[in-house]
Design a protein around this ligand. Structure first.
Ligand code: ATP
Ligand code: MG
Length: 418
């Protein structure tokens, strides 16, 4: 249980945990737990036994962010559930939202009996799925929707996302092309990241960009930032995407190899996904790799719209340190060029490379990605199969989540009270 007593959950540790036990075909019972992180699987089963004395419950389920049910049958699985729940609490706190109870679903239970020695109160309010503000995926085209091209055109033409519905809050950062804001989408109650780029271009080119961006609706990968829509107002385009509360990798200090490895595995999967759709990223770099307190890693700012890339390039000044040599010298750009940028990104974000401090697979991975000859760099399947990626390709988002939370906590404590 040590992992719960340290780092990101320190702040959570003293908080009361409310577990909402859902009763099949009935209401729900809220159970207030004062020692959340110390909670054992047995404790939960005991309480379920109090709530549903006639049923024999041996397991329960919770819902992940996609609404998929995940079964809990052991302390290990309890840990994973609590870790997931605390990361959602952290996100709700960061976004200033109401903290939702942890909702669990006892498996194969009969209706509740009379016994209730814990003095639990039946929750008469609507369940969380009804009283949370509608998720953006309910009302807007989410990245998991497989809509027809005609439907997508309609959505874009109707401007499901529009300036009137958006309240800009903080500035998240400035890039060469534009500025990214944290924003509140009023109809859905969702926090977004909105990138605003000034573009003095014709209406014709604006339309071309909007149509090129359509493919973003079809991107469906947990390693790619969710796209909610884009719109032009006068001479600027606003591109609305999922907000990542951990921000981009460039603002983090040295990243330990076991965390970097998990991040690298996610980035390779994101790139492999894009390449499978015949999309080259064209701008792989730490500021385009985003993380959140759930431990997810997602790629953003990939070049789906040639016209947008060209229009931004016209105003672009300076050099891009992550560009592959062949690109700098004006030769053809391909998957290999993305691979170079991948290598240099992780070399930069890792601790300085003194001999002996890095594992052999890590050094080999970087060296292979940064071969001068594009064709000598690993192909997508070789990247996935590389020992460095294989070693960390365990989908352990808790490692990344804990690291992000700890870093954010440290950043906040350095900034002092605001
Ligand atoms: P460039 O313009 O050269 O690509 P950049 O990637 O740093 O540089 P932007 O893409 O404008 O510039 O992003 C600015 C900053 O905004 C990023 O560095 C990142 O920290 C933050 N940011 C971008 N998108 C998001 C997002 N979806 N969620 C949270 N933060 C984001
Ligand atoms: Mg960027």
């Amino acid at each position: 249980m040590l992992w719960l007593a340290i780092g990101p959950f320190r702040a959570m540790e003293n908080q009361v945990l409310v577990i909402r036990i859902k009763i099949p075909n009935s209401g729900a019972v809220d159970w207030t737990v004062h020692s959340g992180p110390q909670l054992l699987f047995r404790d939960v089963l005991d309480v379920i036994g109090q709530v549903l004395p006639e049923a024999t419950t041996t397991a329960f389920e919770y819902e992940d962010e996609d609404g998929d049910r995940i079964t809990v049958r052991s302390d290990e699985e309890m840990k994973a559930m609590l870790s997931y729940y605390y990361s959602t609490v952290m996100e709700q706190q960061v976004n200033g939202q109401l903290i939702e109870p942890l909702q669990i679903f006892p498996r194969a239970c009969k209706p509740p009996g009379e016994r209730n020695i814990h003095g639990l109160k039946v929750n008469t309010r609507a369940g969380p799925s009804q009283h949370t503000s509608p998720a953006i995926s309910d009302s807007l085209p989410s990245n998991s929707l497989k809509k027809s091209s005609a439907e997508l055109k309609k959505i874009l033409a109707n401007g499901q996302m529009n300036e009137q519905d958006i309240r800009y809050r903080d500035t998240l950062g400035h890039g060469n092309g534009g500025t990214v804001y944290k924003a509140y989408h009023v109809p859905s109650g969702k926090i977004l990241a909105v990138k605003v780029i000034l573009l003095d271009i014709t209406l014709e080119l604006q339309k071309q960009i909007m149509s090129e961006l359509e493919i973003l609706y079809k991107c469906d990968s947990s390693y790619i930032i969710g796209f909610y829509g884009a719109f032009f107002v006068e001479n600027r385009i606003s591109i609305c995407t999922e907000y990542m509360d951990g921000g981009s990798l460039d603002v983090y200090r040295k990243i330990p190899e076991h965390v970097l490895g998990r991040i690298a595995a996610a980035v390779v999967k994101g790139l492999t996904y894009l390449w499978s759709l015949k999309i080259l990223h064209r701008d792989v770099k730490p500021s385009n790799m985003l993380v959140n307190t759930k431990g997810q890693v997602k790629l953003c700012d990939f070049g789906v719209s040639t016209q947008l890339v060209n229009s931004i390039a016209k105003t672009y000044v300076g050099t891009n340190a992550y560009m592959a040599p062949e690109r700098i010298s004006g030769e053809q750009y391909g998957i290999h060029s993305d691979v170079w940028s991948l290598g240099i990104s992780f070399m930069e974000d890792s601790p300085v490379l003194p001999a002996g401090e890095f594992s052999h697979p890590f050094v080999h991975f970087i060296t292979q990605c940064m071969r001068k000859q594009p064709k000598e760099r690993p192909a997508p399947e070789e990247l996935m199969g590389h020992p460095f990626i294989m070693q960390f390709n365990d989908g352990n988002s808790t490692v990344v989540s804990m690291w992000v939370c700890r870093e954010l906590e440290e950043r906040r404590s350095q900034q002092g009270p605001s």
